[in-house]
Every structure is written in C-alpha cells, then in structure tokens.
Design a protein. Structure first.
Length: 364
C-alpha cells in the first residue's frame, strides 16, 4: 500500500507561495507578529511552504485522519464470503443486500478510483471512469490530449528531455510510461530523475489554468501500459476524452466501469470506508481485491488550522537562523523558548483530541 498526498484540493493551493490546505504564510506571520516572507528573506517563502507541507503531513500521520484530499494507491484486501448471506442471496431473498464486505484502511472516502476484483486469471475493474494508454515505440510519440466533458478544458502533454511540464521519451517504453504517470499526477519523478536529470516536481496546467492532477489520476498497469482515472464525481468522467498522436502510442477511450448502488454490484458507506459486495465479487483468495481511492474530510476545522499554524511557527523558531524572530519576541516580553514550549503543548492537546482511535479486536 502506498499513501500519496494529493495536491488537488484547493484552487489557491500553492506551497511555493506559502499557501497550504491547513494554513498559510499570512496566518503564520500574524501569529508571530513578523513581516511577510519573500523570495529574499531567511527563510524564503518557498521554504516556509515546505514547512507547511511537513506540518500537514505530521498532523495527518499523528491523527490518522486527513482534512485534505489524499490518494491511497494499491491497497490489497482479502475477501471472505458470508456464507449465510450467500445462501439467502442464491434463494433470492430480497432482504439480503450483500454477500461480503471489506473495510478500507482509511475513512471519509471521497471517491473510489479503482476497485479491482481478481477473477482467477485477470483483474476486473468495478469502479471509476477510466481510459488506457499503451506505449509501443517511445521514439514515435507526438502528444497526448486529455479533455474535460463538453469540450471543456484541454491538457496537451508533450515530450521534452527536462521540462517540468513535459515527459521524457528518450530512454525506452517503460521510462516513458513512468514519466507520463508522474506528469499527470504532478509528482517528483523519483524513479526516473537519476538519468533524465529532471529533479523537480512535474507540473502541468490546462488551457484554463487548472492543474491536471485536479481532474485525472494515472497508474502504471504494467511496464508500458497506463490506466488514467477521472477524478470527477460519480460517472461524469466517462464523458472525458483522450486522443494520442504518433505511431508509437495507442489508447482506449474513457468508459464507465461502475455499477454501484444498494441494489447493484456493490455499494459504499463513505464515512466508515466499508465496501459491500452484492452481485460481483472476487475469488475467495488472499489479496483478491485491489483498491485505489481518494480520502479526506471535505472541510478543515479551525483547530486544525490553529495546530498547523503553530507547528510551522515552532519550526521557524527552532531554525538555525531565527534572528528574524528574536526581535519580535523581545518586544512582546516572551522569550523564544517559552513561546515554542507553549505552542507545542497547545498543538499536542489539539491533535490528541482529534486522534482517531483504532481498536484491535481479538477473535479468539
């Protein structure tokens, strides 16, 4: 299972400009009573943005919850039939609406991007609106065009050796496929940067200025095949379009894989993260379900904003060069250490209050 933070929640989100999901530079400088950070201050505005990102990661990990969109990739589950329900379902008893269930590792599910059931010799897609790309000759690719429904915003992906808004197709089919995934997800190309020389996070905006990762998610299916999921609600993504140019690339169009509902194949209790299976389900073997989903509460409570703001303030106060803060602390009559200790205690109190409790049940 891989947990990846998804920077797709807010239009204003920009860590380099000091704007995160839980707090921003203005809240931090107001708390400390100091001047705003810029590209020339110590630390710089971009560095403060990294402090914000780290504070948000810490809060999510500590509380086992998230108030921002987070994508959980390739979470595997075993599937066990509930035999009494299976018998009732086979006899067409109408009061049986599922034959088995799984509990996802996270709660507050925003969208199930992929729900793959192992059928003995292949995976069957049960969720999401998806399209696929296959790379057959990396040297003969011109572009990939993704478009939102109703001739909406267009994202035209081009090749380039190092440009952060492009994908490198110089080294082979596998590397090219990985580069395309990194570009669509706007990630740091961790598996390809050593030989492509592109170390920064990839980023790409469409014709209306939106980030591509706000609307699409990509996953490497095998060495040269990519599955692209729409992040639009429900089955709206089936109306997205994809075109490719070049003799070395092929595609399948977006299609709706989902037959979800209380009286259909499967259904989901979003708050608890429980998936109920009714008419379509996998073989009863280990790791027979593979899930990718977007999780995270829809709104950020004020106390989480307070905790994030004070966490970043503490990191600033503990930095090697905090001379920018010393003068302000002296004027307030409160030394740096006292302020640091106070903020840390207040953050710990908030996070303990918000911490999700996980109960382990002994089946013996």
């Amino acid at each position: 299972m891989i947990i990846r933070t998804s920077d797709t929640g807010l239009d204003a989100l920009d860590y380099d400009s000091g704007v995160g999901h839980y707090t921003n530079m203005t809240m931090i400088t107001d708390l400390l009573g100091i001047a705003p950070f810029t590209t020339t201050t110590i630390p710089t505005l971009a560095t403060v943005g990294e402090y914000i990102r780290r504070a948000e990661d810490y809060i999510d990990e500590y509380t086992k919850q998230s108030w921002r969109p987070t994508i959980v990739e390739n979470e595997f589950h075993d599937f066990d039939y509930q035999w009494e329900r299976m018998y009732r379902f086979s006899k067409d008893y109408k009061f049986t609406d599922y034959v088995g269930l799984i509990r996802l590792h996270r709660e507050d599910i925003r969208k199930v991007l992929r729900l793959c059931a192992w059928k003995g010799n292949a995976w069957e897609e049960l969720a999401g609106a998806t399209a696929t790309i296959s790379i057959t000759d990396h040297t003969n690719i011109t572009n990939i065009v993704l478009r939102l429904p109703n001739s909406g915003e267009t994202f035209t992906l081009l090749t380039h050796p190092t440009n952060a808004g492009s994908f490198n197709n110089a080294y082979g089919n596998v590397t090219t496929a990985q580069e395309i995934v990194y570009l669509i997800n706007e990630q740091v190309p961790v598996n390809t940067r050593d030989f492509t020389g592109s170390n920064g996070k990839k980023t790409f905006q469409g014709t209306a200025g939106s980030n591509i990762s706000k609307f699409f998610y990509a996953a490497l299916e095998d060495d040269n095949s990519i599955l692209i999921s729409s992040l639009l609600p429900s089955d709206d993504g089936k109306n997205c379009t994809i075109t490719v140019s070049g003799s070395g690339i092929t595609k399948t169009d977006f299609a709706d894989n989902e037959n979800r509902g209380r009286d259909n194949d499967w259904w989901l209790d979003n708050p608890s993260g429980t998936v109920f299976f009714r008419t379509t389900y996998p073989y009863q073997v280990k790791h027979s379900l593979r899930c990718t989903y977007q999780t995270g509460k829809q709104t950020v409570p004020a106390i989480i904003t307070e905790a994030a703001t004070k966490l970043v303030a503490c990191e600033l106060m503990s930095a090697d060069d905090n001379t920018i803060l010393l003068g302000e602390a002296a004027q307030s009559g409160l030394d740096i250490k006292t302020k640091f200790d106070t903020y840390k205690q207040e953050v710990e109190k908030i996070l303990n209050m918000k911490k999700r409790l996980i109960y382990l049940i002994d089946s013996d």
